[in-house]
Design a protein around this ligand. Structure first.
Ligand SMILES: *Cc1c(COP(=O)(O)O)cnc(C)c1O
Length: 403
């Protein structure tokens, strides 16, 4: 038996998390097993991270092969896996230059520093305002919580960095009202993930691009959650017919290995000249090897087709359960990032549904207190979705009985 359990957490960890009552110890595909060998269907995907499921043979091979060769050099030397990854990213996207790091927050921190430096270098110190959206989530460093649009993540951490303005999401008139030549960038998630799985409308996405062009501001897409095949295209910007100037990604990019990236054009990248930014671990060979293997799998048409097929299956199943139990309404989102908003009488109880799911052997997520979120592996099978929905059906029935 293991010498650690869930109660150990409260004895040795900082209390910033409230993890579930059970501890998973191994996984395979979209299934997990806990310390008592109880099995779960995984519709959470480690919060949109385990993009190819658990213990994918190709990723295990990529990691172990690199682990036997070289782990770390630092950026005073470059390395082959990082260069191969950057080559693949530039060949598959609008981008011409890549900055590698270890998380979503770091990718955004780099992006926000880039747009500030771009503004001050090309136009002068006055061009420094970053416009972002209410309910946005961009990470947990001080700069990224400040650009994020949720007060609960900044409270008690003041004073916050200045020069940041927030307006309502999907409200073009509100954005237009704050745009001026002092704005260096507008930052948006194409689908607000943590904020409740709220997609930008087509009209809004195009309008934001046009306003950025009009005021010579950069458009930053935070695709930390929506990137790497999550929405059925490699990156969500492809759905909108809008090309950002800067794109950040992480989460699904490493399939569970910590890695993040900021992508941009050659011209804009010049603002991060030698010595202006950096990271000790960013672009290390292990992360490079794993992320390159992830991207190779994810960019295959069969994989993206599975995202679309499983999305339709999951959506249809959730709609049936929405009707049957009356706890949540029809799901929104794209691909395998779906959110089911709770009906009003169940508001605030998304966590209760997640816990009822766990009791039935199912992992799900919340996106705020009022939205049930699903972000399973992109290669999840039809059978696993069927089983996950069956367990959710039982969980909802049990909850509805309890009231
Ligand atoms: C998760 C997330 C982040 C933060 O990523 P970390 O790896 O936790 O730092 C930033 N932006 C979005 C849109 C996210 O979903």
């Amino acid at each position: 038996m293991s010498t650690v359990s869930r109660s150990t957490f409260d004895q040795v960890m900082v209390p910033n998390y409230a993890p579930a009552a059970v501890i998973p110890v191994r996984g395979r595909g979209s299934r997990l097993w806990d310390q008592n060998d109880r099995e779960y269907v995984d519709l959470a995907g480690g919060i949109a991270v385990t993009s190819l499921g658990h213990a994918h043979p190709k990723l295990v091979a990529a990691l172990t092969e690199q682990a036997g060769k070289l782990w770390h050099l630092s950026n005073v030397m470059t390395n082959e896996p990082a260069l191969q990854l950057a080559q693949r990213l530039t060949s598959l996207t609008f981008a011409e230059r890549v900055y590698l790091c270890n998380s979503g927050a770091e990718a955004n921190e780099a992006a926000f520093k880039l747009v500030r430096r771009w503004g001050s270098t090309l136009f002068g110190a006055h061009k420094h305002t970053i416009v972002a959206f209410d309910n946005a989530f961009h990470g947990r460093t001080l700069f990224t919580v400040s650009v994020g649009g949720q007060a609960k993540y900044t409270q008690g951490f003041e004073p916050l960095p200045g020069g940041i303005v927030h307006v309502p999401f999907n409200d073009l008139a509100a954005l237009e009202a704050v745009m001026n030549d002092g704005v260096c960038a507008v930052v948006m998630e194409p689908i607000q993930g943590e904020g409740g799985v709220t997609p930008a409308t087509q009209e809004f996405a195009r309008g934001v691009r046009a306003l950025c062009d009009k005021h010579q501001a950069l458009l930053v897409y935070d695709e930390v959650q929506t990137g790497n095949g999550r929405t059925g295209k490699l990156f969500a910007y492809e759905h909108y017919g809008v090309t950002p100037d800067v794109l950040t990604t992480a989460k699904g990019m490493g399939g569970g290995f910590p890695v993040g990236a900021m992508l941009t054009t050659a011209k804009i990248a010049e603002a991060l000249a030698f010595g202006t930014h950096g990271s000790t671990y960013g672009g290390n060979p292990l992360a490079g090897a794993v992320a390159d293997a992830v991207l190779e799998e994810i960019s295959k048409p069969e994989l993206l087709a599975n995202v679309e097929a499983r999305s339709q299956q999951l959506r249809a199943g959730l709609e049936v359960l929405a009707q049957r139990h009356g706890l949540f309404g029809a799901p929104r989102g794209m691909g395998l990032l779906l959110g089911a908003p709770l009906v009003e009488s169940w508001n605030g109880r998304a966590k209760d549904i997640v816990n009822a799911g766990l009791a039935e052997g199912l992992w799900m997520l919340v996106a705020g207190p009022n939205v049930l979120r699903f972000a399973p592996a992109l290669n999840i099978t039809e059978a696993d979705v069927v089983e996950g929905l069956a367990r959710l059906d039982r969980a909802c029935a049990a909850l509805a009985r309890q009231g």
